[in-house]
Design a protein around this ligand. Structure first.
Ligand SMILES: *Cc1c(COP(=O)(O)O)cnc(C)c1O
Length: 369
């Protein structure tokens, strides 16, 4: 077996647990695919914007050719939108790619990476894949404790991951707090602010992280087209950082890491502000719908700034798995989060009104048993 020669830290990686696909749940539980409601992966319930569909249809004609390795047109659109030069942009196969590139570029085996308890699981995976040592800082009210995270940084820390808003808890860090953190962290430590859910923030909570990127050479901001932009299946995201960091990331990425349909669709989506507005509005309404139901059912939940809600479904450590299974049998797919150390909770993505209603109805039935 060649596996014995693989690094110990690679063999120790626990596989990522994705949300179950609709087809798999249909097969497993003998259900009709059309009746299954999937609220498990924080996808946009509206699907992709029509503008992106049209852009892809036009781009299909050139699919026999390699994509633009430098993603010129997409970078041009991003540069314009965020008022940064093109050499501040790294395109990724999803923003997951950006997170991994950061770990590969900056972390050597044995060096440490700091992130919060209950933050996105990919931070731990990306760290372990390069033999890094995770320093997991206890959360405060299910969110980041930036003071404690700053104090946790050691002389061998190369990277800090921050998710704002955070997945799976939905918590939000005020920009003032982030600024204090950015000022205090040594410049030889790279800080990644993962803003996968930024587009769902209410206008009064929006902040300009590109201003910080201009100010801090050790800051990398990541964004994705998978959530509010509705393009999860295409795999496209990007990172913003000053040229030295961006240059490194671009050297180690795969030359064609973002395919041509994804590039075309992302440009269209980026310019489709009407779609974003519609998505955000639907999300706000769905959040109210879900949390009102949780209030009525006297279920505890964490206030969320993303397109999902973390809800507590029982007091014993089997509760999440048990309620999840009962929901699956009713054709409702949500996300158990025991792998995050939250075995009494489930994370539910905010869907269309009728999908949220189906979930609430099923949850009531399951909990009354
Ligand atoms: C969904 C998510 C991502 C990554 O999504 P991609 O599809 O790889 O762009 C990154 N960070 C967080 C916190 C997420 O929830």
């Amino acid at each position: 077996m060649p596996n014995q020669f693989a690094p110990e830290y690679v063999r120790a990686i626990a596989p990522y647990q994705a949300g179950k696909p609709i087809s798999e749940v249909a097969r497993e539980f003998g259900l009709d695919e059309a009746k299954i409601v999937k609220l498990a992966s924080n996808e946009n319930p509206l699907g992709m914007p029509e503008s992106a569909r049209k852009a892809m249809q036009a781009a299909v004609a050139e699919i026999g050719r390699y994509p633009d390795a430098n993603g010129f047109a997409l970078k041009e659109a991003i540069a314009k939108r965020y008022a940064v030069p093109q050499d501040w942009i790294t395109l990724g196969n999803g923003s997951n790619d950006i997170l991994e590139l950061a770990a590969h570029a900056f972390v050597q085996p044995g060096q440490s990476v700091v992130f919060s308890q209950y933050s996105f699981i990919v931070y731990a995976l990306a760290t372990q894949a390069v033999g890094g040592r995770s320093i997991v800082v206890p959360a405060q009210k299910y969110g980041h404790d930036l003071d404690a995270m700053r104090q946790a940084i050691t002389s061998d820390t190369r990277l800090v991951f921050i998710a704002n808003p955070n997945n799976p808890t939905g918590t939000f860090i005020a920009p003032q707090e982030i600024e204090v953190f950015l000022k205090a962290v040594p410049r030889n430590v790279v800080i990644v602010i993962d803003e996968a859910y930024n587009e769902y923030l209410n206008p009064e909570l929006q902040y300009e992280s590109t201003d910080w990127v201009r100010q801090y050479p050790n800051l990398l901001v990541s964004r994705t087209f998978s959530k509010a932009y509705g393009l999860a299946g295409l795999r496209v995201g990007f990172g913003l950082a000053q040229p030295p960091v961006t240059d490194l990331l671009n050297r180690i990425r795969q030359p064609f890491n973002v395919n041509s349909l994804a590039q075309a669709a992302a440009i269209a989506a980026l310019n489709d502000s009407a779609f974003l507005q519609q998505s955000a509005k639907l999300n706000t309404e769905g959040y109210t719908q879900l949390t009102q139901a949780f209030d009525e059912m006297k279920l505890e939940y964490v206030q969320s700034f993303g397109n999902f809600v973390l809800v507590k479904v029982g007091d014993d450590d089997g509760a999440g798995a048990r309620i999840n299974l009962a929901l699956l049998k009713k054709g409702i797919i949500v996300r158990p989060v025991a792998g995050y150390g939250l075995p009494q909770w489930l994370r539910v993505t905010i869907g269309l009104q009728h999908e949220n209603a189906a979930f609430i109805q099923a949850l009531k039935e399951v909990l009354s048993k």
